[in-house]
Design a protein around this ligand. Structure first.
Ligand code: LLP
Length: 415
């Protein structure tokens, strides 16, 4: 019996299918549904460019699927650039943009070699890039002085954030661009994950103000980017983002900015979570059930080395059990790691919480929902656990898109 605690799972990820995949590939296992990703892409078609924040899910096969759906990509490391190239993204244009607050030596060499536009979050990046590659295409990522986030760890604006060029330093950044003969493509803002409507008009106005300053300093630009941060309903009752409303607010800012530059500006969006979070589940097998005082623990074979979000942010993920069923009871769901924080049901302060679940037995399958964003991409080898396998479901077919890592592969790095 499947207990769904929130919106239904993608139709292709039905209980029988999930059980069969777990039997075939073992657990823990990530299972993605291609149709959900394509549907999310289609919902953003009014934006001129949808650029996937690849950090949310960087599997090459997911990137290929997105590329085929017309989505461009944002890479934040040399590794992510090489993944985008492996997925077929092309260099020489704007298919790949590198966004960061610093350039390490190897990444600098890679962006120069492939002429990948750089979205600069510090003036030092402009100086280093300008010295190595005059004429390089750049974006400026600006910190407008305020931000939002589903947790303070994902708020990327304001004076406590290390991200972006502080708005008051825009003039100095533009001067660096001129000094090095860099080509300004556009202005970018990503002020956090978890768009909050209250601030949206303010964000748009901040962008218009930056465009005004850029034009006054004698620079032209071709695009503005709204960044990412579109939320998804993780909990029952969470609202789904109103894309039309969101587009409308940014489109108004774009129009005002166009009036300032005197020509058309492309409007980019850079979502991560919105495109992939709801496409995937993490499957884990129940391996032990026990009580500790008043608490009932269900222990599964996936831990925070697979899905780090609950331990890191107290993030909520809906869960279902595929098992015998029965009356629900408050349950703590935890993993195998030798660390007390390895609990999937916890609050933002690390407090252990319970979830009402049917009685679980060893061998039941736990389904953790909405695991497609910042799931596999944030996994680690903690406790010497190999990375789990990933499977992509396309209607009636499925294929392994990452095989399970082996312990031998881990050890090989050290011998
Ligand atoms: N653009 C930039 C420059 C970013 O830094 C990010 C996310 C995004 C776009 C995409 O944000 P999204 O649309 O996915 O919210 N690990 C955290 C999220 C960290 C986000 C970091 N930057 C989590 O699991 O919620």
């Amino acid at each position: 019996m499947l207990r769904t605690m929130t919106k239904p799972l993608p139709t292709a990820l039905n209980p029988a299918r999930l059980q069969a995949l777990a039997a075939e590939h073992g657990t823990p296992l990530w299972v993605y549904d291609a149709a959900t990703i394509r549907e999310r892409v289609a919902s953003l078609q009014r934006f001129d460019v949808v650029r996937f924040a690849q950090k949310a899910c960087s599997n090459i096969h997911i990137l290929k699927l997105l590329r085929e759906a017309g989505v461009k990509v944002d890479s934040v490391s040399r590794g992510e650039i090489l993944r985008a190239l492996a997925a077929g993204y092309e260099v020489g244009g704007d298919e790949i943009v590198f966004t960061a607050d610093l350039l390490d030596h190897a990444t600098l060499a890679t962006v120069v070699e492939h002429r990948i536009p750089v979205n600069a979050g510090s003036i030092d990046m402009l100086d280093q890039l300008g010295a190595a590659s005059p004429g390089h295409a750049v974006w400026l990522r600006i910190n407008p002085g305020f931000g939002h986030g589903h947790s303070h760890k994902t708020n990327t604006g304001g004076e406590h954030s290390k991200h972006g060029i502080w708005h008051a330093d825009l003039g100095a950044a533009l001067a660096a661009i001129r000094r090095h003969g860099l080509q300004l493509v556009g202005l970018h803002m990503h002020i956090g994950s978890g768009v909050d409507y209250e601030h949206l008009a303010q964000v748009g106005q901040a962008m218009v103000g930056l465009v005004r300053e850029t034009v006054a300093a004698g620079h032209d630009l071709h695009a503005i980017s709204a960044g990412g941060g579109l939320s998804i309903p993780y909990r029952d009752g969470d609202a789904r983002i109103d894309v039309a409303h969101y587009f409308g607010l940014w489109d108004a800012a774009r129009r005002e900015a166009q009036g300032l530059v005197g020509h058309a500006l492309k409007l980019e969006l850079e979502p991560g979570r919105y495109l992939v979070a709801e496409s995937a589940v993490l499957l884990a097998e129940v391996r032990a059930v026990k009580n500790a005082g008043a608490n009932r623990f269900v222990l599964v074979d996936a831990g925070f080395n697979e899905l780090m979000r609950p331990a890191m942010y107290g993030a909520f993920h809906a869960m279902s059990l595929i098992g015998a069923g029965g009356a629900e009871q408050p349950t703590v769901v935890a993993g195998p790691l030798c660390e007390s924080g390895d609990v999937f049901t916890q609050g933002p302060g690390g407090e252990v919480l319970t979830r009402d679940l049917p009685p679980a037995a060893v061998g039941d399958l736990l389904v953790i929902h909405d695991a497609g964003a910042y799931g596999a991409s944030m996994s680690s080898n903690y406790n010497s656990r190999p990375l789990a396998a990933e499977v992509l479901v396309e209607a009636d077919t499925s294929r392994l898109i990452r095989r399970r890592q082996t312990v031998e592969e881990l050890l090989a790095l050290e011998t």
